[in-house]
Ligand binder design. Structure first.
Ligand code: GDP
Ligand code: ZN
Length: 345
Protein backbone atom coordinates (compact mmCIF):
# COMPACT_ATOMS: atom_id res chain seq x y z
CA UNK A 1 0.00 0.00 0.00
CA UNK A 2 1.44 3.34 -1.01
CA UNK A 3 1.86 6.16 1.47
CA UNK A 4 -0.82 8.17 -0.30
CA UNK A 5 -3.24 5.24 -0.16
CA UNK A 6 -2.59 4.73 3.57
CA UNK A 7 -3.24 8.41 4.21
CA UNK A 8 -6.49 8.27 2.25
CA UNK A 9 -7.71 5.15 4.08
CA UNK A 10 -6.92 6.78 7.43
CA UNK A 11 -8.89 9.85 6.40
CA UNK A 12 -11.91 7.78 5.33
CA UNK A 13 -11.75 5.83 8.60
CA UNK A 14 -11.67 9.02 10.66
CA UNK A 15 -14.61 10.43 8.70
CA UNK A 16 -16.64 7.24 9.28
CA UNK A 17 -15.96 7.38 13.03
CA UNK A 18 -16.93 11.03 13.18
CA UNK A 19 -20.23 10.35 11.41
CA UNK A 20 -20.91 7.40 13.71
CA UNK A 21 -20.29 9.53 16.79
CA UNK A 22 -22.59 12.25 15.43
CA UNK A 23 -25.39 9.75 14.74
CA UNK A 24 -25.01 8.20 18.19
CA UNK A 25 -25.14 11.54 19.97
CA UNK A 26 -28.20 12.58 17.92
CA UNK A 27 -29.98 9.35 18.85
CA UNK A 28 -29.15 9.93 22.53
CA UNK A 29 -30.48 13.48 22.66
CA UNK A 30 -33.68 12.29 21.02
CA UNK A 31 -34.00 9.61 23.68
CA UNK A 32 -33.48 12.14 26.50
CA UNK A 33 -36.07 14.53 25.16
CA UNK A 34 -39.61 13.83 26.25
CA UNK A 35 -41.98 13.08 23.41
CA UNK A 36 -43.82 16.14 22.13
CA UNK A 37 -47.16 15.30 23.70
CA UNK A 38 -45.48 15.13 27.16
CA UNK A 39 -45.37 18.94 27.01
CA UNK A 40 -48.91 18.73 28.32
CA UNK A 41 -48.06 16.82 31.45
CA UNK A 42 -50.68 15.63 33.81
CA UNK A 43 -49.82 17.48 37.03
CA UNK A 44 -50.76 14.35 38.94
CA UNK A 45 -47.85 12.50 37.42
CA UNK A 46 -44.87 12.12 39.70
CA UNK A 47 -42.38 13.45 37.14
CA UNK A 48 -44.30 16.67 36.78
CA UNK A 49 -41.86 19.60 36.65
CA UNK A 50 -43.32 22.05 39.13
CA UNK A 51 -41.59 25.28 38.15
CA UNK A 52 -42.17 25.16 34.40
CA UNK A 53 -44.71 27.52 32.91
CA UNK A 54 -48.14 25.99 32.93
CA UNK A 55 -49.48 24.91 29.59
CA UNK A 56 -52.41 26.73 28.04
CA UNK A 57 -54.68 23.79 28.86
CA UNK A 58 -53.75 23.85 32.54
CA UNK A 59 -54.27 27.59 32.75
CA UNK A 60 -57.76 27.33 31.36
CA UNK A 61 -58.75 24.29 33.41
CA UNK A 62 -57.30 25.42 36.75
CA UNK A 63 -57.36 29.05 37.91
CA UNK A 64 -53.94 30.45 38.75
CA UNK A 65 -53.26 32.66 41.76
CA UNK A 66 -50.23 34.63 42.84
CA UNK A 67 -48.85 33.39 46.15
CA UNK A 68 -45.96 33.58 48.56
CA UNK A 69 -43.97 30.54 49.68
CA UNK A 70 -43.95 30.44 53.50
CA UNK A 71 -42.46 27.02 54.04
CA UNK A 72 -40.75 24.25 52.14
CA UNK A 73 -40.12 20.69 53.16
CA UNK A 74 -39.45 17.30 51.65
CA UNK A 75 -41.89 16.99 48.74
CA UNK A 76 -44.05 19.97 49.63
CA UNK A 77 -44.18 23.72 49.80
CA UNK A 78 -46.76 25.90 51.53
CA UNK A 79 -48.07 28.85 49.57
CA UNK A 80 -50.13 31.68 51.04
CA UNK A 81 -52.55 33.67 48.88
CA UNK A 82 -55.34 35.93 50.18
CA UNK A 83 -54.75 34.66 53.69
CA UNK A 84 -55.21 31.00 52.67
CA UNK A 85 -52.41 28.51 53.03
CA UNK A 86 -52.15 25.76 50.42
CA UNK A 87 -49.79 22.81 50.64
CA UNK A 88 -48.47 22.20 47.12
CA UNK A 89 -46.75 19.02 46.11
CA UNK A 90 -43.50 18.78 44.11
CA UNK A 91 -41.96 22.10 45.16
CA UNK A 92 -39.03 21.73 42.75
CA UNK A 93 -36.76 24.73 43.14
CA UNK A 94 -39.27 26.84 45.08
CA UNK A 95 -37.71 28.36 48.18
CA UNK A 96 -39.16 30.11 51.19
CA UNK A 97 -39.75 33.76 50.21
CA UNK A 98 -40.55 32.97 46.59
CA UNK A 99 -43.42 34.67 44.78
CA UNK A 100 -45.16 32.06 42.68
CA UNK A 101 -48.05 31.51 40.34
CA UNK A 102 -49.90 28.42 41.45
CA UNK A 103 -53.15 26.56 41.23
CA UNK A 104 -54.81 26.38 44.66
CA UNK A 105 -57.26 23.85 43.28
CA UNK A 106 -54.66 21.44 41.95
CA UNK A 107 -52.10 22.36 44.60
CA UNK A 108 -49.44 22.81 41.95
CA UNK A 109 -46.88 25.54 41.38
CA UNK A 110 -46.88 26.80 37.82
CA UNK A 111 -44.13 29.35 37.90
CA UNK A 112 -41.56 30.87 40.22
CA UNK A 113 -41.47 34.60 39.58
CA UNK A 114 -38.10 36.35 39.13
CA UNK A 115 -36.21 36.74 42.41
CA UNK A 116 -34.73 39.95 43.78
CA UNK A 117 -32.15 38.09 45.85
CA UNK A 118 -31.11 34.49 46.50
CA UNK A 119 -29.54 33.03 49.61
CA UNK A 120 -27.99 29.75 48.64
CA UNK A 121 -25.72 27.05 49.91
CA UNK A 122 -24.32 23.85 48.41
CA UNK A 123 -26.52 20.79 48.20
CA UNK A 124 -25.55 18.45 51.07
CA UNK A 125 -25.32 15.53 48.62
CA UNK A 126 -23.60 17.34 45.78
CA UNK A 127 -21.56 20.37 46.86
CA UNK A 128 -21.25 21.54 43.27
CA UNK A 129 -24.97 22.28 43.10
CA UNK A 130 -26.19 25.46 44.78
CA UNK A 131 -29.56 25.23 46.49
CA UNK A 132 -31.52 28.40 47.16
CA UNK A 133 -32.52 28.39 50.83
CA UNK A 134 -34.43 31.70 50.78
CA UNK A 135 -35.54 34.04 48.05
CA UNK A 136 -36.26 37.77 47.94
CA UNK A 137 -34.64 38.49 51.31
CA UNK A 138 -34.12 42.26 51.66
CA UNK A 139 -31.94 42.34 54.76
CA UNK A 140 -29.67 39.74 56.31
CA UNK A 141 -29.11 40.58 59.96
CA UNK A 142 -25.77 39.14 60.96
CA UNK A 143 -26.18 38.68 64.69
CA UNK A 144 -23.01 38.55 66.73
CA UNK A 145 -22.55 38.77 70.46
CA UNK A 146 -20.03 40.73 72.43
CA UNK A 147 -19.26 37.81 74.73
CA UNK A 148 -20.50 34.23 75.15
CA UNK A 149 -19.68 33.50 72.33
CA UNK A 150 -16.95 36.14 71.85
CA UNK A 151 -16.90 38.54 68.92
CA UNK A 152 -14.97 37.30 65.86
CA UNK A 153 -14.47 39.92 63.15
CA UNK A 154 -13.33 37.19 60.75
CA UNK A 155 -16.73 35.58 61.01
CA UNK A 156 -18.46 38.87 60.25
CA UNK A 157 -16.28 39.18 57.11
CA UNK A 158 -17.40 35.76 55.94
CA UNK A 159 -21.03 36.61 56.52
CA UNK A 160 -20.65 39.91 54.68
CA UNK A 161 -19.30 38.12 51.62
CA UNK A 162 -22.13 35.59 51.67
CA UNK A 163 -24.66 38.41 52.09
CA UNK A 164 -23.13 40.42 49.23
CA UNK A 165 -23.38 37.37 46.98
CA UNK A 166 -27.06 36.97 47.78
CA UNK A 167 -27.87 40.52 46.76
CA UNK A 168 -29.48 41.34 50.12
CA UNK A 169 -28.43 44.30 52.27
CA UNK A 170 -26.29 43.56 55.33
CA UNK A 171 -27.00 44.70 58.88
CA UNK A 172 -24.69 43.83 61.76
CA UNK A 173 -26.49 43.38 65.05
CA UNK A 174 -24.20 43.26 68.07
CA UNK A 175 -26.24 41.58 70.78
CA UNK A 176 -25.51 41.16 74.54
CA UNK A 177 -24.30 44.74 74.81
CA UNK A 178 -25.34 44.48 78.46
CA UNK A 179 -22.19 42.40 78.96
CA UNK A 180 -19.89 45.22 77.78
CA UNK A 181 -17.29 46.21 80.36
CA UNK A 182 -14.84 48.38 78.37
CA UNK A 183 -15.24 50.82 75.46
CA UNK A 184 -12.51 49.16 73.36
CA UNK A 185 -14.54 45.96 73.19
CA UNK A 186 -16.41 47.62 70.35
CA UNK A 187 -13.25 48.45 68.35
CA UNK A 188 -13.54 45.38 66.07
CA UNK A 189 -16.76 46.91 64.70
CA UNK A 190 -15.13 50.12 63.48
CA UNK A 191 -14.16 48.85 60.00
CA UNK A 192 -17.77 48.01 59.23
CA UNK A 193 -19.05 51.36 60.42
CA UNK A 194 -16.39 52.99 58.23
CA UNK A 195 -17.69 50.98 55.26
CA UNK A 196 -21.16 52.38 55.86
CA UNK A 197 -22.64 49.03 56.93
CA UNK A 198 -25.33 49.60 59.56
CA UNK A 199 -24.20 48.33 62.96
CA UNK A 200 -26.80 48.18 65.73
CA UNK A 201 -25.78 47.54 69.33
CA UNK A 202 -28.49 45.92 71.35
CA UNK A 203 -29.45 43.56 74.09
CA UNK A 204 -32.33 41.16 73.93
CA UNK A 205 -32.00 40.87 77.71
CA UNK A 206 -32.11 44.57 78.67
CA UNK A 207 -33.96 45.95 75.64
CA UNK A 208 -31.20 48.38 74.61
CA UNK A 209 -31.21 49.11 70.86
CA UNK A 210 -34.31 47.06 70.10
CA UNK A 211 -36.29 50.08 68.90
CA UNK A 212 -33.53 50.89 66.44
CA UNK A 213 -33.35 47.30 65.22
CA UNK A 214 -37.13 47.11 64.90
CA UNK A 215 -37.19 50.32 62.82
CA UNK A 216 -34.42 49.08 60.52
CA UNK A 217 -36.46 46.01 59.60
CA UNK A 218 -39.85 47.66 59.04
CA UNK A 219 -41.63 46.35 55.96
CA UNK A 220 -38.71 44.15 54.89
CA UNK A 221 -38.19 40.44 54.39
CA UNK A 222 -35.36 39.59 56.74
CA UNK A 223 -33.34 36.72 58.08
CA UNK A 224 -31.25 36.55 61.24
CA UNK A 225 -28.03 34.65 60.62
CA UNK A 226 -25.16 34.09 62.96
CA UNK A 227 -23.32 31.71 65.21
CA UNK A 228 -25.39 29.60 67.54
CA UNK A 229 -25.84 31.14 70.99
CA UNK A 230 -25.49 34.79 69.95
CA UNK A 231 -29.14 35.39 70.78
CA UNK A 232 -31.06 35.24 67.49
CA UNK A 233 -34.12 33.57 69.04
CA UNK A 234 -34.01 35.87 72.05
CA UNK A 235 -33.90 38.91 69.75
CA UNK A 236 -36.86 37.70 67.73
CA UNK A 237 -38.80 37.03 70.90
CA UNK A 238 -37.92 40.48 72.21
CA UNK A 239 -38.93 42.18 68.96
CA UNK A 240 -42.37 40.70 69.07
CA UNK A 241 -43.76 39.03 72.16
CA UNK A 242 -46.13 37.02 69.94
CA UNK A 243 -43.19 35.14 68.48
CA UNK A 244 -42.38 32.03 70.41
CA UNK A 245 -39.11 30.38 69.56
CA UNK A 246 -37.34 28.03 71.90
CA UNK A 247 -34.22 29.62 73.34
CA UNK A 248 -31.43 27.57 74.77
CA UNK A 249 -28.84 28.31 77.38
CA UNK A 250 -25.22 28.67 76.32
CA UNK A 251 -23.37 25.72 77.75
CA UNK A 252 -20.69 27.26 79.93
CA UNK A 253 -18.03 24.62 79.25
CA UNK A 254 -16.95 25.81 75.80
CA UNK A 255 -19.01 28.98 75.48
CA UNK A 256 -20.63 27.47 72.42
CA UNK A 257 -24.37 27.85 72.18
CA UNK A 258 -26.72 24.99 71.62
CA UNK A 259 -28.85 24.84 68.52
CA UNK A 260 -32.44 24.82 69.62
CA UNK A 261 -34.62 25.86 66.69
CA UNK A 262 -35.49 22.93 64.49
CA UNK A 263 -38.54 23.56 62.35
CA UNK A 264 -38.94 25.97 59.44
CA UNK A 265 -40.77 29.14 60.21
CA UNK A 266 -41.72 32.53 58.91
CA UNK A 267 -42.89 35.27 61.25
CA UNK A 268 -44.59 38.58 60.75
CA UNK A 269 -43.65 41.43 63.06
CA UNK A 270 -46.14 44.17 63.86
CA UNK A 271 -44.20 46.74 61.76
CA UNK A 272 -44.71 44.82 58.52
CA UNK A 273 -41.35 43.06 58.70
CA UNK A 274 -41.29 39.37 57.86
CA UNK A 275 -38.61 37.17 59.38
CA UNK A 276 -37.60 33.82 57.95
CA UNK A 277 -36.08 31.58 60.57
CA UNK A 278 -35.04 28.10 59.52
CA UNK A 279 -32.08 25.97 60.60
CA UNK A 280 -30.76 26.24 57.02
CA UNK A 281 -30.78 30.01 57.19
CA UNK A 282 -28.97 29.98 60.48
CA UNK A 283 -26.21 27.94 58.91
CA UNK A 284 -26.14 30.25 55.92
CA UNK A 285 -22.55 31.27 55.38
CA UNK A 286 -19.65 31.44 53.02
CA UNK A 287 -18.93 28.23 51.20
CA UNK A 288 -17.67 28.26 47.68
CA UNK A 289 -15.93 31.32 46.35
CA UNK A 290 -12.90 31.65 44.11
CA UNK A 291 -9.84 33.59 45.28
CA UNK A 292 -10.35 35.99 42.35
CA UNK A 293 -13.94 36.69 43.40
CA UNK A 294 -12.88 37.15 46.99
CA UNK A 295 -10.92 40.33 46.19
CA UNK A 296 -14.04 42.02 44.87
CA UNK A 297 -15.97 41.46 48.08
CA UNK A 298 -13.52 43.60 50.07
CA UNK A 299 -14.91 46.81 48.67
CA UNK A 300 -12.35 49.03 50.41
CA UNK A 301 -9.58 47.32 48.39
CA UNK A 302 -11.05 48.45 45.10
CA UNK A 303 -9.93 52.07 45.37
CA UNK A 304 -6.25 51.09 45.70
CA UNK A 305 -4.83 49.99 42.34
CA UNK A 306 -1.86 47.60 42.26
CA UNK A 307 1.01 47.23 39.78
CA UNK A 308 -0.53 43.99 38.54
CA UNK A 309 -4.20 43.95 37.61
CA UNK A 310 -4.45 40.34 38.85
CA UNK A 311 -2.64 41.14 42.09
CA UNK A 312 -3.62 38.79 44.92
CA UNK A 313 -2.48 41.40 47.48
CA UNK A 314 -0.30 38.79 49.15
CA UNK A 315 3.24 38.54 47.71
CA UNK A 316 3.33 40.94 44.72
CA UNK A 317 5.50 44.08 44.68
CA UNK A 318 3.85 47.53 44.45
CA UNK A 319 0.58 46.27 45.84
CA UNK A 320 -1.72 49.24 46.38
CA UNK A 321 -3.76 47.34 48.95
CA UNK A 322 -0.77 46.45 51.13
CA UNK A 323 0.44 50.05 50.89
CA UNK A 324 -2.98 51.29 51.97
CA UNK A 325 -2.93 48.87 54.94
CA UNK A 326 0.51 50.19 55.95
CA UNK A 327 -0.76 53.77 55.64
CA UNK A 328 -3.78 52.98 57.81
CA UNK A 329 -6.25 53.60 54.97
CA UNK A 330 -7.49 50.01 55.06
CA UNK A 331 -8.18 48.38 58.43
CA UNK A 332 -5.48 45.78 59.13
CA UNK A 333 -8.04 43.37 60.61
CA UNK A 334 -9.95 43.38 57.32
CA UNK A 335 -6.78 42.75 55.32
CA UNK A 336 -5.73 39.92 57.64
CA UNK A 337 -9.19 38.47 57.36
CA UNK A 338 -8.88 38.57 53.56
CA UNK A 339 -5.56 36.71 53.71
CA UNK A 340 -7.00 34.09 56.08
CA UNK A 341 -10.12 33.50 54.01
CA UNK A 342 -8.02 33.32 50.84
CA UNK A 343 -5.76 30.70 52.41
CA UNK A 344 -8.78 28.66 53.46
CA UNK A 345 -10.27 28.45 49.94
P1 GDP B 1 -29.46 31.64 69.25
O1 GDP B 1 -28.82 30.28 69.25
O2 GDP B 1 -28.65 32.62 68.46
O3 GDP B 1 -30.88 31.65 68.85
O4 GDP B 1 -29.37 32.17 70.77
P2 GDP B 1 -30.50 32.18 71.90
O5 GDP B 1 -31.49 33.23 71.63
O6 GDP B 1 -30.97 30.80 72.13
O7 GDP B 1 -29.65 32.71 73.15
C1 GDP B 1 -28.54 32.00 73.66
C2 GDP B 1 -28.29 32.42 75.11
O8 GDP B 1 -27.91 33.79 75.19
C3 GDP B 1 -29.52 32.26 76.00
O9 GDP B 1 -29.11 31.75 77.24
C4 GDP B 1 -30.02 33.68 76.16
O10 GDP B 1 -30.68 33.86 77.38
C5 GDP B 1 -28.73 34.48 76.11
N1 GDP B 1 -28.95 35.85 75.64
C6 GDP B 1 -29.65 36.22 74.54
N2 GDP B 1 -29.64 37.55 74.39
C7 GDP B 1 -28.92 38.05 75.42
C8 GDP B 1 -28.53 39.38 75.82
O11 GDP B 1 -28.87 40.38 75.21
N3 GDP B 1 -27.73 39.48 76.90
C9 GDP B 1 -27.33 38.40 77.62
N4 GDP B 1 -26.56 38.62 78.68
N5 GDP B 1 -27.68 37.15 77.29
C10 GDP B 1 -28.47 36.96 76.21
ZN1 ZN C 1 -2.41 44.16 45.37
Amino acid sequence: MSREERKLRKHVEAHKNRELRKALSKARTKQDKPPRDRAIIDPDEDDYVPHRTATARERTTAPTSAGFVVETGPGFCDVVASGERTRCRFPGDAAIGDNVLFSPERRRIHEILPRRTELSRPDPHNPRIQRVIAANVDVVVNVVSLKTPPLHAGLIDRYLIAIARSGAAPLICVNKIDLQSAAEELDPLRPYQALGIPVIFCSAASGIGLTELFAALAGKLCVFAGHSGVGKSSLLNALNPEIEIATGAVSTGNEKGRHTTTSSALYHLSNGATVIDTPGIREFGLWDITPTDLRNYFQEFLGHPCAFSDCTHTHEPNCGVKQAVAAGEIHRSRYESYVRIRASL
